[in-house]
Design a protein around this ligand. Structure first.
Ligand SMILES: Nc1ncnc2c1ncn2[C@@H]1O[C@H](COP(=O)(O)OP(=O)(O)O)[C@@H](O)[C@H]1O
Ligand SMILES: [Mg+2]
Length: 201
């Protein structure tokens, strides 16, 4: 094993250890607290000036112990914003299709709810004026730790540098540093239940 392989293995195991720790902490949070967190985050994100200007927003449907995004996605759509939601591909990349209300969703892989509208391709995310992504943790430089598929690293790599990007996390998940490698893409903001929006970098 050469030096690069060794570093990669070390990085992967540091990320995995942090994911386990963060997932355990989310599991300990009662459901009513997670629901309340989802509502607070929804209000914080909806009050962002950038989202009020946005014609198209790329978002996602929360799964498991993530802060609930159903209310946020619905509110954006009700407002007349064009909302794109991801479809997880077999290779881990994200395709995108439009959200046309709660009936335009169907169960996808890994417990995900996915849009049933026509697929627009992996590059459709470039049409978003603002991008909302999940994370298990984000650091002060905006680097995020995801669930380990690298899906949002690929999606965010296609998004222009001037496009606002927001990760939705719980209050204690903005940390000093997350382990990161060359693939990892930063976000420009986080939204948290109590602290609201924090701009990074
Ligand atoms: N731009 C990319 N192109 C191809 N594969 C990528 C890209 N970004 C990430 N990946 C793959 O995703 C894997 C997991 O990435 P990682 O950052 O650990 O996950 P996450 O961001 O979900 O926490 C990487 O080891 C890499 O193989
Ligand atoms: Mg990553």
């Amino acid at each position: 094993m050469d030096r690069t392989d060794h570093d990669e293995v070390a990085l992967r195991s540091r990320k995995a250890a942090l994911r386990r720790q963060l997932a355990a902490s989310r599991n300990r949070t009662p459901q009513h607290e997670r629901d309340a967190a989802g509502r607070s985050i929804r209000d914080a994100v909806l009050s962002l000036p950038e989202i009020q200007m946005a014609g198209t927003v790329a978002a996602y449907m929360s799964v498991g112990t993530e802060p609930d995004t159903r209310g946020l996605v619905y509110a954006l759509w009700k407002r007349g914003t064009y909302v794109l939601l991801p479809l997880l591909q077999a290779d881990g990349d994200l395709d995108w299709a439009s959200y046309e209300g709660p009936d335009s969703l169907a169960p996808g892989p890994r417990g995900l709810l996915e849009p049933t509208e026509p697929r627009r391709g992996v590059t459709a995310v470039t049409s978003a004026d603002l991008v909302i992504v999940p994370a298990l943790a984000v650091d002060r430089a905006g680097l995020r730790l995801g669930r380990g598929g690298g899906s949002y690293d690929r999606a965010l790599a296609r998004v222009g540098a001037a496009v606002p990007t927001v990760a939705l996390i719980y209050d204690d998940e903005l940390v000093d540093e997350v382990p990161a490698g060359p693939f990892d893409q930063p976000v420009r903001m986080v939204a948290r239940p109590r602290q609201g929006i924090t701009r990074l970098r």
